[in-house]
Design a protein around this ligand. Structure first.
Ligand code: GTP
Length: 355
């Protein structure tokens, strides 16, 4: 089976991590995020993938070449971003399959444990034009929702509302009949979610919903990115691309974690990164050459390449850009982001939450 992988977005919600690296290439549990998707796609029977690139297009081919994880790879780039639908149409130039064959479409920022083969089987059995993976959200009011009829056919694509009619949401993995991709206008900005799916449904085409509520995460926000990396390390989602066994932490070659440090909760410690004695690092991502000094506490945070946390500093839910420095004694919390190269001096007085 062939697949198209959408990886052209700018990943604005993940800045500053995505200033230098596109979201799908961010190191996640020790390898590029996409490595997990490629390995899982291979396991589901995909043997050729067309990358639909735009933002920092050249970095994808440099990362994966023409074959990785047993999958042949081809790259098609947009001069101007064409949106999800336009990107699928543009990338379809490089498909080689027949008009009725199924093509898998993957969003480059979704971690999903769902059964792709079962989704394709439903698509074939129903002779559908498109079959969408739908997952079940605890709070569907945060998403648009996708109701289905008793026969499993999608009946509507509804915008976000405080009173959703169903808890089923679009999980961002589609099977298209090859010829259905040709109904998307060429060389235009098109959204599959806002335009293609609603118009297919309105025209009476068979659009099926494959509902499966297994592990699913959209890693588009900093909190979700950290969660996804930790879940892979902890083994909550099995990935053939994980460079090590699941456990409390993943320590990459050259990393130096003091026996006197506490590092757990699915934390990854990158190559040549250092965690000194007396430091605590919980549920975080330390990229290569990051440094956590003695007595510092880092929780639910990302330290980009070469970022440094000084003695006794506290970080909770924070993103440090490349080579950012947090001086001794600082306390940073709740979504704070420090841009690459910024240096916060040591605090004169230690901040205390009990004060
Ligand atoms: P934000 O800017 O933070 O919203 O992230 P994003 O740019 O990745 O957008 P979004 O999460 O909505 O995109 C979903 C998927 O579609 C991601 O895998 C994107 O890489 C991809 N994508 C979004 N827009 C385009 C586009 O214009 N062209 C291509 N090729 N891919 C796109």
């Amino acid at each position: 089976m062939e697949a198209i992988l959408l990886v052209g977005g700018q990943g604005t919600r993940l800045r500053p991590l995505t200033i230098s690296t596109p979201k799908p290439l961010l190191p996640t549990a020790g390898v590029a995020f996409l490595a997990h998707q490629l390995a899982r796609a291979r396991a589901a029977g995909v043997d050729r993938i067309v990358f639909a690139t735009s933002y920092r297009a050249e970095m994808f081919e440099a990362a994966f070449g023409d074959r990785a994880y047993g999958v042949d790879l081809v790259y098609v780039s947009e001069d101007e971003p064409l949106g999800t639908g336009g990107a699928i149409r543009n990338a379809s130039r490089a498909l080689t399959c027949g008009a009725d064959d199924p093509v898998l479409i993957l969003n480059g920022d979704i971690l999903s444990g769902h059964d792709v083969q079962a989704q394709v089987e439903l698509h074939e059995k129903a002779a559908a034009e498109v079959t969408l993976h739908l997952t079940v959200a605890d709070d569907p009011s945060r998403f648009g929702c996708v109701p289905t009829g008793e026969d499993g056919r999608v009946t509507a694509f509804l915008e976000k509302t405080s009173h959703p009619v169903t808890n089923q949401i679009n999980a961002g993995c589609y099977v298209f009949r090859r010829s259905a991709i040709d109904t998307i206008p060429e060389d235009e900005v098109v959204s599959v979610e806002r335009e293609t799916f609603p118009s297919l449904i309105a025209s009476g085409a068979v659009v099926m919903g494959y509902v499966e509520a297994g592990y699913w995460l959209d890693v588009g926000t900093p909190e979700a990115f950290v969660r996804g990396s930790c879940d892979l390390v902890l083994g909550k989602l099995a990935s053939p691309a994980m460079p090590g066994d699941p456990g409390e932490r993943l320590t990459l070659p050259g990393a130096n974690v003091s026996p006197g440090a506490v590092v757990r909760g699915g934390t990854t410690v990158g190559r040549n990164a250092v965690v000194e004695a007396g430091a605590t690092v919980l549920g975080s991502v330390l990229l290569d050459e990051a440094f956590v000094a003695e007595g510092a506490t880092v929780r639910d945070s990302v330290l980009s390449r070469g970022a440094r946390v000084g003695p006794g500093a506290i970080l909770d839910g924070v993103i440090l850009g490349d080579a950012a420095v947090v001086g001794p004694g600082n306390e940073l919390r709740d979504g704070l982001r420090v841009w690459p190269g910024i240096e916060l001096p040591a605090t004169a007085v230690r901040f205390s939450t009990d004060a």
